[in-house]
Design a protein around this ligand. Structure first.
Ligand code: E4P
Length: 217
């Protein structure tokens, strides 16, 4: 399973990329606006830090304008993936862009039919939003399982990015559900390796070792 960071913060990206476990980055207009810096500059910087795919979202709502934005974004770096919203216009844009060999990530996917349509349009990635679906009483993990089954049944190569991840449990469950990738906020990424029993075990090993060292004096 691949791990992407779901952030536009270059300091966080540098910090976690140093682990060697970050396979890519996803951004969205909200995440970029939090940085208070120019969109193109931020995306270019991120694309230099990580060699894997970096999703940069279009802000247009009409297919023609989305296509124009996408063609421009992919000039910024060779690892840019254009994020396109799951709308009728978005599907039109994805079809044209995928025919041109431009990689796309269809975002805001909340149902199997949306995911299936995006895959048929040629999306490289689809992003089901787990947390936001759970928030309205849906089941984000079940959606990942269903999408996995549909994509496999019909032989689509589109990869599933588990998005809107709210905690380590989502990451574990998305892995078990067959997501190809989880895109993870920095705050959640930093919790993935923690477990209270690891901390407790380490503290008792250290205490026992200290006692033993004292007996050796
Ligand atoms: C995905 O690519 C999105 O940027 C992201 O996961 C949105 O999640 P949110 O619900 O935390 O805003």
């Amino acid at each position: 399973m691949k791990f992407f960071l779901d952030t536009a913060n270059t300091e966080d990206i540098k910090h976690f990329a140093a682990l060697g476990l970050v396979d890519g980055v996803t951004t969205n207009p909200t995440l970029v606006s939090r940085e208070g810096r120019d969109f193109e500059t931020v995306i270019k910087e991120i694309a230099q830090i990580v060699s894997g795919p970096v999703s940069a979202e279009v802000t247009a709502t009409k297919a023609e304008e989305m296509i124009e934005q996408a063609r421009n974004e992919v000039k910024w770096a060779s690892n840019i993936v254009v994020k396109i919203p799951m709308t009728e216009e978005g599907l039109k844009a994805v079809k044209v862009l995928s025919d041109e060999g431009i990689k796309t990530n269809v975002t805001l996917v909340f149902s199997v039919s949306q995911g299936l349509l995006a895959a048929k349009a040629g999306a490289t990635y689809i992003s089901p939003f787990l947390g936001r679906l759970d928030d309205i009483g849906g089941n984000g993990i079940q959606l990942v399982k269903d999408l996995r089954q549909v994509l496999d049944t019909y032989g689509f190569k589109t990869e599933i990015i588990a998005a809107s991840v709210r905690g380590p449990q989502h990451v574990q469950e998305a892995a078990l559900a067959g997501a190809d990738i989880a895109t993870i906020p920095a705050a959640v990424f930093g919790k993935l390796w923690s477990h209270p029993l690891t901390d407790k075990g380490l503290a008792s090993f250290a205490a026992d070792w200290k006692k033993f060292q004292e007996t050796q004096k």
